[in-house]
Design a binder for this molecule. Structure first.
Ligand code: CP
Ligand code: NVA
Length: 308
């Protein structure tokens, strides 16, 4: 049985296989001919943090596949009153067919998976957001940016930056990350990515100069400067990230037909200017829609890789 907790655990071939499946599923969905791949299955969805896209896309996705989504807010579960995660895992995984969890620590996901009888999917942790990256790569394929990709990530060295590191180092494309000093990516995750990059041929550059990162890139991306759980640091962060906004002057340095991606929610005139966001809104909202299809691909793939 396989889980989907980080792209670290997947080979290049497996990632591309899920992307192909997601593209096929999107086509079937658009034609109204989606096969009920997960007929009568239940997806438990545990949320310890807020969500718009992850919640709606997983709930609608499992419904479209013939199953049912069960929204479980951690506050309303006994989990919120101190029931251990490993007990929660042993109970819920006897009742549902698959589980998605959005939580703080990656170790919580790992613990849940260790005790789970069914596949577990990360819906974001403080370290990674792997389902988002499946949607992002799917969007790059659709916009013809996946071949010879040069991706510039400008902003916080957070879960999104870490996920881009994993995707690029597994698939073997060029990724340049520019963060302010003091907001660099995690050194351990970078080291793992560099090891994968040695095998895949990915070119990974880490620095503090957004202009250098964006120059001639064909994909420019960023994320909020204040992630969920960092609200207390907001004032300091907004100050420290000055100069890192993706605006018209920055985008002008990228390839002429470069696309802009953002996992959303986007904070206008902080990490991205209103003008850049609106000029690239088609790309960003195609990316958001692709969460729905990419995750159907992930769920169907995991269902196909059960032990029995
Ligand atoms: N991009 C993303 O995961 O959005 P939500 O926080 O709304 O789920
Ligand atoms: N880095 C952001 C991503 C939100 C989808 C956060 O963790 O809040």
């Amino acid at each position: 049985m396989r889980h989907f907790l980080t792209l670290k655990d997947f080979t290049k071939e497996e990632i591309l296989e899920i992307i192909d499946l997601a593209i096929k599923i999107k086509k079937q969905t658009k034609k109204g001919k989606l096969k009920p791949y997960l007929k009568d299955q239940t997806l438990g969805m545990i949320f310890e943090k807020s969500s718009t896209r992850t919640r709606v896309s997983f709930e609608v996705g499992i419904h479209q596949l013939g199953g049912k989504g069960l929204f479980l807010s951690a506050n309303d579960l006994q989990l919120g009153r101190g029931e251990p995660m490993k007990d929660t895992a042993r109970v819920i995984s006897r009742m549902v067919d698959m589980v998605m969890i959005r939580t703080f620590s990656q170790s919580v996901l790992e613990e849940f998976a260790m005790y789970s009888r069914v596949p577990v999917i990360s819906g974001l942790s403080d370290s990674f957001h792997p389902v988002q990256l499946m949607a992002d790569y799917m969007t790059m394929v659709e916009y013809d940016k996946a071949e010879n990709a040069v991706v510039a990530y400008v902003g916080d060295g957070n879960n999104m930056a870490h996920s881009w590191l994993m995707l690029a180092s597994k698939l073997g494309f060029e990724l340049r990350i520019a963060t302010p000093k003091g907001y660099e990516v995690d050194a351990g995750i970078l080291k793992e990515a560099m090891n994968f990059a040695e095998q895949s041929g990915a070119i990974i550059t880490i620095g503090n100069d957004p202009k250098e990162a964006i120059k001639d890139a064909n994909v420019v991306t960023t994320d909020t400067w204040v992630s969920m759980g960092q609200e207390a640091e907001k004032a300091k962060r907004l100050e420290d990230f000055k100069g890192y906004m993706v605006d018209d002057a920055m985008m002008a340095l990228a390839q002429k037909d470069a696309i802009f991606l953002h996992c959303l929610p986007a904070y206008r005139d902080y990490e991205v200017s209103e003008a850049v966001f609106e000029a690239h809104a088609d790309e960003v909202f195609d990316e958001a829609e692709n969460r729905l299809h990419a995750q159907k691909g992930v769920m169907v793939w995991l269902d196909d890789h059960r032990d029995n």
